[in-house]
Design a protein around this ligand. Structure first.
Ligand SMILES: Cc1ncc(COP(=O)(O)O)c(C=O)c1O
Length: 447
């Protein structure tokens, strides 16, 4: 591996991105509009995308496994999605009305059909808002202040759920009693105090911690597949469902990332058969536009109902752009394609070929590494052994992952370094072959 310098290779291929990063940094902190979009030394700046490919400012063609951090499950610019967008604008004469309109009901009906536990739905403009409002509803319904979340779980960029997102393990207390750690300079002591942190896949510890705080906790929020690859066991989910019911704590499944990315239409709850009180969705349901939704049982969702409740007994929920017609048109068109009989079998095949191919290379070339995760999302972890929670994943070799990531970027494979990969229905067998050939080359250079 002596002379292998993939960051130098990356820099040599992306000179226009480097120059644009310098320019963008004059106007945007770090040259980006959200920290997730940055990686050192600078990110690939996009020029164009189509299907499963993306082109950068230097004209490099990449197979795209970032897919905008997940939403583009049909690939970029799917003809049926573009047609639905154009039709909505032509038919309605505007992109948004303000008053309520038909597509909100159409999307709500569709989501309720896919997630039958839900009686009522509200739309938002991001995943962040969906989890924020779901937590607010829970507090309103239960009249309690604290929330419980898992160490390493992400639910959006606001302080109370950023608690213990990426804590330094040596500072974060015992594995079975994680200490709430600030995730942002803006976190207040109150937010730290009001966020209880749990260890994934350790039911005994979770039940013990929840019991100890049961009179203060309104709700438990979790990603049933944490960060796209840490799978909460079915028994663990069932155990949490039972425990939260017994303790009178609401349960939110945040399936903004896992939604529509399992092996079949639906989300983790569809596969496992465990139903939450509230569900948050985002990403895919907007067909590539900003979006989110929270849905739930009548008992929970009625908390925002302006018909059944006077203002002083209601959880406030507003939003100028909620239920945006163009977003819903794009989202419904996306769900139409996902519901076609061949879609998931194809997506599963491509995803398995890629994941299995990478795992085959790791084995053949003797790397302690794994491509893990269900359905059409997975992560690459340079560590052996079961990955059951944040602390297991924190053992991974970051340096090897960095070499692999930049080697792949420099060979025309696009994703965000150190983040999960997403596949789409536009990825073809040739894309998988090209990716595996690049991976073989990179791994050989790393040896
Ligand atoms: C599980 C989960 N929840 C919430 C969010 C926040 O969604 P958004 O970025 O749309 O605000 C994300 C985003 O990646 C997510 O993966």
């Amino acid at each position: 591996m002596g002379s292998f310098d993939p960051i130098a290779e990356y820099k040599a291929r992306t000179k226009k991105s480097a120059a644009w990063h310098a320019e963008a940094s004059q106007h945007l902190p770090g040259g980006v509009t959200g920290n997730v979009k940055f990686y050192a030394p600078y990110p690939v700046y996009a020029k164009r995308a189509k299907g499963g490919h993306l082109w950068d400012l230097d004209g490099n063609d990449y197979v795209d496994y970032m897919l905008c951090f997940g939403p583009m499950i049909l690939g970029h610019g799917h003809p049926k999605v573009l047609e639905a967008i154009r039709k909505q604008i032509d038919r309605d004469g505007t992109v948004i009305f303000g008053p309520p309109h038909e597509l909100e009901v159409r999307m709500a009906e569709r989501l309720k059909r896919i997630f039958p536990f839900a009686d009522l739905v509200r739309f938002t403009n991001s995943g962040l808002e969906a989890t924020l409002h779901a937590l607010r509803i829970a507090r309103g319904v239960k009249h309690r202040v604290k929330i419980a979340k898992f160490e390493g779980a992400y639910h959006g960029s606001y302080d109370e759920v950023l608690v213990s997102l990426t804590p330094a393990v040596p500072d974060a207390g015992p594995a079975d009693a994680p200490k709430p750690m600030s995730g942002s300079l803006s976190t207040t002591p109150t937010e730290l105090q009001n966020t209880i942190v749990l260890p994934l896949n350790d039911l005994d510890a979770c039940v013990r911690i929840l019991k100890a705080h049961k009179d203060e906790i309104a709700v438990l929020i979790l990603e049933p597949i944490q960060r796209g690859f840490l799978v909460a066991d079915a028994d663990f989910l069932r155990g949490l469902r039972e425990a939260t019911k017994a303790l009178d704590i609401l349960l939110i499944f945040d399936e903004i990332m896992s939604g529509f990315r399992m092996e079949k239409l639906g989300a983790v709850q569809t596969v496992v058969g465990v139903e939450p009180d509230l569900l948050t969705l985002g990403k895919i349901i907007g067909g590539g536009f900003p979006c989110g939704a929270f849905l739930g049982t009548r008992e929970t969702m009625d908390a925002v109902n302006p018909v059944t409740r006077p203002a002083n007994e209601r959880v406030f929920h507003g939003g100028t752009f909620n239920g945006h017609p163009t977003v819903l048109a794009a989202g419904l068109a996306t769900l139409d394609v996902l519901e076609e009989p061949g879609t998931y079998p194809y997506l599963n095949r491509v995803s398995d070929q890629l994941r299995d191919g990478l795992n085959g290379l790791f084995t053949d070339l003797r790397f302690d590494a794994q491509a893990i995760g269900p359905g059409s999302t997975f992560n690459i972890v340079f560590a052996k052994g079961p990955m059951r929670n944040y602390r297991d994943a924190a053992r991974a070799d970051k340096k090897l992952r960095q070499l692999f990531d930049f080697g792949m970027l420099a060979r025309g494979i696009h994703f965000h370094p150190d983040k999960p990969w997403y596949t789409c229905t536009a990825h073809a067998a040739e894309d998988v072959d090209r990716t595996l050939a690049a991976a073989e080359d990179v791994l050989n250079q790393m040896r």
